[in-house]
Design a protein around this ligand. Structure first.
Ligand code: SF4
Length: 63
């Protein structure tokens, strides 16, 4: 599975990084979240989905 962050929607709140730090990290320059892995590790699929659900601006897609 892969995750994506729409950087035009992301507000840089950091919630996804707190929820799933093995998949998301902050891009300090752009002040948005970015996906740090090509494929979501098996053990992080649940938290990646949770992060997508919790993102306040629905910027995260997991599929
Ligand atoms: S939870 Fe959503 S808005 Fe917040 S940093 Fe992550 S992608 Fe951006």
């Amino acid at each position: 599975m892969k995750a994506t962050v729409d950087k035009d929607l992301c507000t840089g709140c950091g919630l996804c990084v707190d929820t799933c730090p093995d998949v998301f990290q902050m891009d300090e320059n752009a002040m948005v979240a970015v996906v740090k892995v090509n494929e979501i590790p098996a053990g992080s699929v649940d938290c990646a989905k949770q992060a997508a659900e919790d993102c306040p601006v629905e910027a995260i897609k997991v599929s």
